[in-house]
Design a protein around this ligand. Sequence first.
Ligand code: F6R
Length: 602
Amino acid sequence: MCRVSGYIGKKETLPIIMDGLRRQSYGGYDSSGVVIGKDSNLTCIKAVGKLENLEKKLEGQNLKGNWGIGHIRWASHGAVTEANAHPFWDCKKNIYLAHNGIIENYRELKDVLIKEGHKFISETDTEVAVHLIEKYFEGNLEEAVRKALKEIRGAYGFVIIARDDPQKIVAARLSSPLLIGINEDSYIIASDPTAIVPYARKIINLDDYEIATITLKDLFIIKEKVPETLELVPEEAEKGGYPHFMLKEIMEEPEAIENAIRGRLMIEEGSVKLGGLDSISEKLRKINRLILVACGTASYAARVGEYMLEEYAEIPTEVDIGSEFRYRKPVVDKNTAGIFVSQSGETADTLAALKEMKQKGILTLGITNVVGSAQARETDAGVYTRSGPEIAVASTKAFLGQLATLAMLTVYLGRQREMALVMGKRIVSELAKLPELAKDVLKSAPEIEKLAKKYKDYKNFWFIGRKYNAPIASEGALKLKEISYLHAEGVAGGELKHGSLALIDENFPTVAICPSDSVYEKMVSNIQEIKARGGPVIAVATEGNEDIKKIVDDVIYIPKTLEMLTPMLSVIPLHLFSYYVAALLGHDVDRPKNLAKSVTVE
Ligand code: F6R
């Protein structure tokens, strides 16, 4: 969670910027930096650690000037080093930039810029922005920023200055707060109003897609047109060598977890940093009931979230699907909060439920992938899952981003309540290991493809699981039916005997999710019920469990993790299984019939 600061005016800039950084430092930071401009000279100083370290480096420098920018960094991309601290500069040391947010497509941009000859000195996502602006700079900074922003995907609050366009700050915002304070003789910019209040009487809160050009005399704001989501199918080349986007996106599932947790885990404090919730953190302390609303795959993530939030944050939680919630007469009070989970942030049913809750005056939070989407704009606060673009109609990697975010939200709310430090540490450190464990699961892809060959001609499937993996059974079934057009049902293992068992025979295989957790023995009993009626069973079990082989037909192994986090590993083989079955059956995996990626109609 970073913070930016900027000043242009008649006073000495450095003390105002340093004060701005100090006032914004309550959320924690690990390094800092400033650039001060005098005439057309820019001087940049950065330091690792506390602001005092930066102050020591500034001592004796006599850094005078009337415009400049500053930054405090909380490491997300790259270690805590001076090279990774902001502000960054371009190859000509002309443009300097500080950033609060995340650039999701920085890898692609960086590859292109390196090929074009740009030299990078950091491991950060941010540095691409300054080189991209350099590429378009022809003497007018705001013009170059405007062109560069068209290529940047993600969230940003930028402050930017240039030696060759002096006495000017350009500020731009998308989904990261950015404010401008106005006085008779100066402008002050910050991510947080606390840094502006002592210095300005009027304040402008920049909106998404707005770019402000600030000079000594003037403040000029333009709003770029909000880009629309393209429904066009991108080029084959973007599949990165995979035959389908869906397979590429499943292979990106470890990265989706990594992106969601990057820079947000505080292992020593047994806690998480979710900057998007800062503005409502005190309100969240008073919440005593949660209603999660979502549709389809996102609703299964919400159901896993329900188990997590009740068990670890100890908040009564319920889940509803958007299409039902909007027509219910929900009983809520001011201590209820609504949490909306959506990849696209544009799902009509979920948005209608959001509107309904807002009308009742309830606090609303979004867990959303698409930056600047309707859900992200309409909720009071929220957390981006940062899963990157999901092209295939069937949602896969976004689901992993949602689960990781719900796990972090559980720690956030839990630590505000009774969750002990040791428990917080345990969850957060296990979460940190998950991307690597998820990579291990993907290694079984060839084995899962073999299983898909063996089972593809069956017409009906059960998926069963219990507790945290009951929603994963539903997700496994949904994925299989939507892309392979086979009949599949997901059901909690304990429910089978209440009716569904009647369908079991040798032609009705079951995928049973049975990791070695608190309900393992119960799952084994459910598997025995199926085997006794001749049903074939594929188990998803924990590595090292050799016994399970004695009772089922096939086993896919996943590594051990905390019970609440197992869904992030157990769902991966199910996504792969559905993919391979559908691909082997020759279906258009990325564009299944009758379905659309973003369901913007009721
Ligand atoms: C299933 C799938 C859908 C979506 C649902 C909600 O693979 O993609 O079930 O999960 O339509 O979409 P979002 O998450 O965009 O609200």
